[in-house]
Design a protein around this ligand. Structure first.
Ligand code: GAL
Length: 358
């Protein structure tokens, strides 16, 4: 009798767990989502893909996750392929935001909705929603960090700091907005001479780095240090990406910089390596963009286009892609440095102390 009761209890538990899971899983049951990510060469996109996949699978969706390794043509073929497989939605973080119009139109014709992830898809009416961080806000946060750290507003007569800029890819709308945000804060100090850019390269056209290449950032930093900073140290490297900060670090080390004259170096993404470098002093700050949060906002958009629900939107004006203004959800970027990484990064369970070598 006891055995029978125990068996009944176990059976009830199994059944109720099954029902609970089935409840969560039904939203996406029988539906396929394709995710086209730009590259695995930077850690952030690996995390973005993994988070999206896990969150969608928890809702019962089947997920096809693809990376294009920064190859535009490869991404075009991957999206063509996803369309041929008749997925129910395609999420795209573009390698080149303007190079996908043909395949986006094909998807639209096949009745497949598209959600833009992190990078806006340009020149198309085939995109339903956009999930990102406030990209101009990222630039402003970097500029404000420099402004505060060097107390630029109260610089004494005759005080100046040297600065060089390493901005993002010209085919990524985020990079354009980031540069605008940086310059909103720093342009006045370039104008009044508190900031001195010895190369003279401050415009977006002069400072953008194709495909966010770490190698190019390193080469530029090597050239700048050799040609313009032989007699005077570089005080600030205004870098738009953690990957650039790694390249700049190598160039500085090769040029003989030490902790005595190490410049302020900014970054973006709070990659694991960047946070480690912040702790050891080789990078000053980064922008914390919680990829779990971004993925969760994107998932509400995928649900919306597939199941006709209302996604969370907080911007309907900013992101015009030259054809339409795309309803967006923008997450808030936060500056992270030595003073707050424990609270933000460890407290927020983004990385564990063990991952950070502690
Ligand atoms: C941008 C993104 C940044 C950074 C960069 C390089 O589009 O906004 O956070 O990841 O790409 O991957």
């Amino acid at each position: 009798m006891k055995k029978l009761l125990a068996l009944l209890l176990v059976m009830t538990m199994v059944l109720s767990i099954g029902i609970t899971f089935a409840g969560a899983e039904t939203v996406g049951a029988g539906k396929k989502v394709g995710i086209a990510m730009p590259t695995q060469s930077s850690e952030r996109w690996i995390n973005d893909g993994a988070n999206m996949k896990a969150q969608l699978e928890a809702l019962g969706y089947e997920v096809i996750l693809q990376y294009a390794e920064d190859d535009v043509q490869m991404q075009v073929s991957q999206i063509e392929n996803l369309t041929a497989q008749q997925v129910d939605c395609i999420v795209i973080a573009a390698v080149d935001s303007g190079a996908l119009t043909g395949v986006e139109a094909q998807a639209k014709e096949a009745g497949i909705p598209i959600v833009a992830y992190d990078r806006l898809l340009m020149d198309t009416d085939a995109v339903s929603y956009y999930a990102s961080f406030d990209n101009e806000g990222v630039g402003r946060a970097i500029g404000e960090y420099i402004e505060t750290a060097k107390d630029l507003a109260n610089a004494a007569e005759g005080t100046s700091y040297t600065i060089e800029f390493f901005m993002g890819s010209p085919d990524d709308n985020n990079a354009v907005l980031l540069h605008q945000g940086v310059m909103k804060v720093l342009q006045p100090y370039l104008d009044n001479g508190v900031l001195v850019c010895k190369t003279g390269r401050t415009s977006f056209d002069d400072t953008c780095i194709l495909r966010w290449s770490q190698e190019t950032a390193q080469q530029w930093a090597e050239n700048y240090l050799a040609s313009f900073y032989a007699d005077e140290d570089l005080d600030i490297a205004c870098s738009a990406f953690d990957g650039f900060a790694y390249g700049i670090r190598s160039a500085l080390e090769a040029a003989g910089y030490t902790s005595e004259n190490w410049p302020l170096i900014t970054g973006q993404d709070a990659e694991l390596m960047a946070v480690k470098n912040i702790i050891s002093g080789q990078q000053t700050m980064s922008i914390y963009k919680d990829t779990r949060l971004l993925a969760s906002k994107c998932v509400t958009m995928v649900n919306a286009v597939i199941n006709g629900t209302e996604p969370e939107i907080n911007d309907t004006e900013t992101y015009n892609n030259n054809v339409i203004t795309v309803p967006s959800y923008l997450c808030t970027p936060v500056a992270v440095d030595l003073s707050n990484y424990e609270e933000l990064i460890i407290g927020g369970e983004y990385y564990t102390p063990e991952q950070l070598g502690q």
